[in-house]
Design a protein around this ligand. Structure first.
Ligand SMILES: [Zn+2]
Length: 441
């Protein structure tokens, strides 16, 4: 027992330490009133998109820029650390025989193959969550407090983690059982049918997400403020969106970040904005952001992403088929893994999959970023609020780097940079100055 107690004590000490450091975090630098359009961005006959962009960027205090750059660049390293820590955990599970022990335990408890797979999954997820906890705590709690956007106490954050684990046990468990069932049934063609199965599961998860998964963590309510909903619903009707409601989510429980999204599929599709955006954003900013979200809907980004995902998932399964065969021929006996249908192979699957997705990072980011740029264009056209768009980019810049290099943006950004978003908005404004000066052409 004393060993467990020691581990618990270390964890409690870490938590107290992190909470203390969190409490000592520097308060965020106040961003001045960004709803006042800077002089160079005012409509005039010498309006210049570059100068207007610079004028907006100059509204951000230097200390705020240093802080958000450091936060965002730290995120680059976390991509690497997450990958490495995950790889080390997988290798430990394989080489120390823990994966084998979990499989053997599951086989002692129950006879059914599917039940064995599920029982293995439960042990696997709990053990890897515990091993990955220090990094998860740094990433999700301590770092968020240090740089500002966090609003949760450690206990509340921890409770969200427990709920997340519960969702993972159930949803991940269903997927794992289904996939191993396919592998055992179709030993030669499992990689094709496994990909199909994963695809169907992804559609199912996207469908139930906003209605069944989101409410586990946050309260989602119908927004009832005509001052805000009227212009949004007007814009929706003008663009052929059959929405009669706008939804609000209480994201301020976890963070000060502003966001909005279009989620779901078919009947569960909905436009949601978070309460931080409602509280902190001007009406023109809200309209620009909601126009962007409507762009995702009108441009069919969810179905297109699913098609893209289909290509990725078939590739990853083909690669898994090849790389699993190769690895098991070399080390299968040493790790005690019987074949690909043996649940003890899971850490190897996760390791190989994480290598694939780590290498694919720039491709996935570029696919998402391209859609985000399309939604930006749609959003400015629909809302005609280039200054609202610039305000949104500045607000989002509280935790994103505004002006990365071109390669940095290509590889690591899943949205266009703040600079590019403001510049696009100012270019639009330059071409539509008559809307702002009231002159008829
Ligand atoms: Zn978007």
């Amino acid at each position: 027992m004393s060993r467990y107690w020691r581990a618990a004590r270390i964890m409690i000490t870490c938590a107290v330490l992190f909470a203390t450091i969190g409490a000592l975090a520097q308060p965020a630098p106040e961003i001045p009133d960004i709803t006042k359009i800077p002089a160079a961005a005012q409509p005039s006959d010498h309006f210049d998109a570059n100068a207007a962009t610079e004028a907006y960027l100059a509204l951000i205090p230097a200390s705020a820029k240093v802080r958000s750059d450091a936060y965002f660049e730290g995120g680059y390293w976390l991509i690497l650390w997450d990958f490495l820590v995950g790889a080390i955990i997988s290798l430990l599970l394989l080489n120390l025989g823990w994966s084998l022990a979990m499989r053997n335990f599951a086989e002692r408890i129950t006879k059914g193959k599917n039940r064995q797979t599920f029982l293995y999954w439960v042990q696997y997820l709990v053990l890897t969550s515990v091993l990955g906890f220090p990094l998860a705590m740094y990433e999700g709690f301590f770092r968020e407090w240090k740089y500002g956007p966090a609003t949760q106490t450690f206990a509340a954050w921890m409770w969200d983690q427990v709920k997340g684990l519960g969702v993972g046990l159930l949803m991940g468990g269903i997927l794992t059982v289904l996939l191993f069932w396919v592998v055992r049934r179709l030993p030669r063609t499992w990689w094709i049918w496994g990909a199909v199965m994963a695809m169907v599961f992804a559609i199912f998860a996207i469908m139930i997400g906003p209605v069944f998964l989101q409410p586990i963590f946050n309260k989602v309510t119908r927004l009832d403020d005509p001052r805000v909903t009227q212009p949004i619903l007007k814009m929706a009707r003008a663009n052929g969106i059959p929405a009669s409601d706008v939804w609000e989510i209480d994201a301020s429980r976890q963070t000060t970040r502003m966001s909005a999204n279009v989620s779901g599929f078919g009947k569960t599709l909905r436009i949601t904005m978070n309460d931080n955006l409602l509280r902190r954003g001007s009406l023109e900013e809200i309209e620009a952001i909601m126009g962007h979200e409507m762009g995702h809907y009108v441009l069919n980004h969810i179905p297109k992403s699913l098609l893209f995902f289909l290509v990725v998932i078939v590739s990853v399964f083909a690669y898994l088929k090849w790389s699993l065969d190769w690895s098991l021929r070399r080390w299968g006996a040493k790790w005690g893994i019987r074949d690909i249908g043996d649940p003890a192979v899971l850490p190897l699957v996760v390791l190989l999959g994480s290598i694939f997705f780590f290498i694919l990072t720039p491709v996935l980011n570029t696919e998402i970023r391209s859609q985000e740029a399309e939604a930006d264009s749609f959003g400015i056209n629909a809302s005609r609020q280039p200054d609202g768009m610039a305000q949104a980019a500045i607000h989002l810049g509280e935790y994103r780097k505004m002006r990365p290099g071109p390669i940095e943006e290509f590889v690591l950004f899943d949205h266009p940079s703040g600079y590019n978003r403001i510049h696009k908005a100012m270019q639009w404004k330059a071409e539509n100055l008559q809307l702002f000066t009231g002159q008829q052409q």
